[in-house]
Design a protein around this ligand. Structure first.
Ligand code: GLA
Length: 394
């Protein structure tokens, strides 16, 4: 064989090997987050006030509150755990706030049967001004794998003219090469329409700016959950097992809304097949809040294995009907009243994709009560800012 023929054969073999490695790793990654990830993240409650004690308390409470038993598993430290890089470029945790180091903290979280997540940024700096991963993607991914990280939230501050798809693809490849299965949470705020490109890059992608603990307020970089909800309309078809639209983390229990409003927020997030990442103080959680976060029948809607995102099927002023098809053919239905006074809301079977003569049983998921058989439609009185959430089974 001539020298150039040999080189050609080697090139073909190397190319095939590379594809095999990348495809194999890719397949493994797609096995992650088959249902929307569930867990807790430090940001909404603690901001930069994180420490190993805060994270350990959250892990302890996730187990003792019964949240773990209902499916919550990832404990994620958001921004501000990192302070600098050493002379070799290794990322360093804040030695005052994390004196035992990140590996020991990950081990602690794992010892509780939970998974451990961390945060970084595609740019030179995180949103709180800490060192970002730009130029250090492979080194950071190797470090995370060595620490035992299971989930990476990757933000979009200080990215200058970076291209989002390229930047997130670089970190995606770095995570694959690290050899550890790590859920990749893309936090690019929906700017470049990640639903169009991120399906094979990450397991979830933020669709909007940040959530704020209010009904429908608008701040500079964040808004109430209702504003975010409206921005989800039309994105339904992009979600599915392994790749989810992320309307941001939960504010349930952070104090800015009423229990009725938190129940609505949680119900709608479940209808969206959203990642359910609690953001409250789990250690000091009132029973009423725990009951929202651990309602198994509502969680089953979010976690339905078919992974079909629900959609708004009717809107009439302040009154809305949302429906989500579930694997067994039934539909989760939310009757939602955004208005200031009680309203009667109806879901017609044709809103749900059922023939109008089909009889179906209706079960109330918040009151945990069978309501009987209905044909053609189901109506209920819904309190101001509240929902009635049911499962309709033919
Ligand atoms: C951005 C993200 C938030 C949070 C902060 C941390 O605003 O969207 O979710 O991670 O940065 O600084």
């Amino acid at each position: 064989m001539s020298r150039s023929a040999k080189i050609a054969v080697w090139l073909v073999l190397a190319f095939c090997f590379d594809l095999r490695v990348v495809n194999g790793a890719h397949a493994a990654e797609q096995e992650l987050a088959r249902t929307p990830p569930m867990g807790w993240n430090s940001w909404n409650k603690f901001g930069c006030n994180v420490s190993e004690q805060v994270i350990k308390d959250a892990a302890d409470a996730m187990v003792s509150s019964g949240m773990h038993a209902t499916g919550y598993e990832y404990v994620v430290i958001d921004d501000c755990w990192q302070v600098a890089r050493d002379a070799n470029g290794n990322i360093l945790a804040d030695p005052q706030r994390f004196p035992s180091g990140i590996k020991a903290l990950a081990d602690y979280v794992h010892s509780k049967g939970l998974k451990f997540g961390i945060y970084s940024d595609s740019g030179t700096k995180t949103c709180a001004g800490r060192p970002g991963s730009r130029g250090y993607e492979y080194q950071d991914a190797r470090q995370y794998a060595a620490w035992g990280v299971d989930y990476l939230k990757y933000d979009w501050c200080s990215t200058d003219t970076e291209n989002a798809e390229a930047a997130y693809t670089t970190m995606h490849r770095a995570l694959l090469e690290s050899g550890r299965p790590i859920v990749f949470s893309i936090c690019e705020w929906g700017k470049s329409k990640p639903w169009l490109w991120a399906r094979d890059v990450g397991n979830l992608w933020r669709t909007t700016g940040d959530i704020y603990d209010c009904w429908d307020c608008k701040k500079e970089y964040s808004t109430g959950w209702l504003v975010i909800l409206d921005q989800q309309v039309g994105l339904e078809t992009y979600a599915g097992p392994g790749h989810w639209n992320d309307p941001d983390m939960l504010e349930v229990g952070n104090g800015g809304m009423t229990p009725t409003e938190y129940r609505s927020h949680f119900s709608l997030w479940s209808m969206l097949a959203a990642p359910l990442i609690a953001g409250n103080d789990l250690k000091n959680m009132p029973t009423e809040i725990k009951e929202i976060l651990t309602n198994k029948e509502v969680l089953a809607v979010d976690q339905d294995p078919m992974g079909m995102q629900g959609r708004r099927v009717r809107k009439n002023g302040d009154v809305e009907v949302w429906a989500k098809q579930l694997q067994d053919g039934s539909r989760a239905v939310v009757l939602f009243n955004r208005g200031a006074s009680e309203a009667e809301v109806s879901a017609n079977w044709d809103n749900l994709g059922y023939p109008s003569r089909l009889p179906a049983t209706v079960r109330d998921l918040w009151n945990k009560k069978d309501l009987g058989k209905f044909t053609g439609k189901f109506s209920a009185k819904v309190p101001s800012h509240g929902v009635v959430m049911v499962r309709v089974t033919p």
